[in-house]
Write a protein that binds this ligand. Structure first.
Ligand code: GTR
Length: 326
């Protein structure tokens, strides 16, 4: 009869000892909207392994994939409040909260994957990462997110005029809404997890994303026309809650940064392979892929630049990005 409380008390003491001991382990929860196996999910797992090695097992990471912790916008708020420790998200999901990061959501700001890497791997990338502290997260590294193009259930898009009247899902970011409007379409902001049923039920005609998302979220099943206008290359970013960050020693903060930077090479390798694999997968499913003359699409984006790049500091940032080689 007395055994049960005694056992419970012993367990409590054991837990307390574990928590106060120098070998205490902290498992950080990290969110991702993508399914297990997706390049970003695997990269954050790899980051966790590197971190664990560097901290002799004091820190490790558990990745909650497939939006188990919620849709991106909600998980950002939870990360800001310290409810979720870490997050791998698209910069697009931050909307226009961080002006320096918003420039990466300007259509056609990046000319190629090389240009994207040259910008983000250098001082401009560091400047953009540092800007996230204003919104209570610490950004550790950028991952690849490829080029985003429009897809829909109706017809191939060859010119911006083909988008007239089409309802296109976008991320919940004003700049995405203005972009679709400038192309002549009707933007419908909605969470990623609602896109499949949105297209299936005809609430929207289509959306825009890279090949791996188009493939793994099943969108190719319901929207078979994929038009390669490649209007955006939005970086993925790995962030940690500022509340969690401020509780780390400067030495551990340096190890977190190191592990994050080291995980980038792995993500890029996985990403490059996944783009090829996903393109083949959607083609096998019957996706109709067309190329477009990009110039009219580029020209149509002037109002978006005029609206979002008014501040002289941002004009300078955009000019420096454009002047970067690649
Ligand atoms: C993907 C990105 C996700 C999510 C999604 C979306 O490319 O990796 O993080 O932002 O796009 O469109 O919502």
């Amino acid at each position: 009869m007395f055994n049960l409380p005694k056992l419970a008390a012993t367990a409590l003491v054991a837990t307390a000892v574990m928590l106060t001991s120098a070998n205490a382990q902290t498992v950080l929860r990290s969110s991702d909207t993508h399914p297990d196996g997706y390049p970003t999910v695997e990269a954050v797992k790899h980051f966790g392994e590197l971190l664990s090695e560097k901290t002799d097992g004091r820190y490790s990471v558990e990745v909650f994939h497939s939006a188990q912790l919620g849709e991106e916008k909600d998980t950002i708020e939870q990360t800001q409040f310290g409810v979720i420790d870490m997050n791998r998200i698209s910069i697009g999901a931050f909307g226009t909260q961080v002006p320096e990061a918003t420039v990466t959501q300007l259509p056609y700001i990046f000319r190629s994957a090389d240009h994207f890497h040259n910008v983000l791997d250098g001082p401009i990338g560091e400047e953009i990462l540092a800007a996230f502290e204003k919104v209570d997260v610490v950004a550790l590294a950028f991952y690849d997110g490829g080029a985003r193009s429009f897809y829909n259930s109706e017809k191939p898009i060859n010119t911006p005029a083909d988008m007239a009247g089409m309802k296109m899902r976008v991320m919940q970011s004003d700049i995405f809404v203005d972009m679709v409007a400038a192309f002549g379409g009707n933007a419908t902001p909605m969470p990623y997890g609602e896109v499949y049923s949105g297209i299936q039920t005809g609430v929207i005609d289509g959306a825009e994303n890279n090949y791996p998302s188009y493939d793994t979220a099943g969108h190719a099943e319901v929207a078979k026309y994929y038009s390669l206008d490649e209007h955006l290359m939005v970086p993925e970013v790995l962030v940690i809650s500022k509340i969690v960050w401020d509780g780390l020693t400067p030495e551990d903060q340096a190890l977190f940064r190191e592990a994050a930077k080291e995980s980038v090479a792995k993500q890029r390798e996985l990403w490059a392979a996944k783009e090829v694999e996903s393109k083949a997968a959607v083609e096998a499913l019957g996706a109709v892929i067309n190329t477009v003359d990009k110039q009219p699409f580029i020209d149509a984006m002037k109002p978006v630049y005029d609206k979002y790049v008014t501040d002289p500091a941002l004009q300078d940032l955009v000019a420096r990005i454009q002047a970067t080689e690649g």
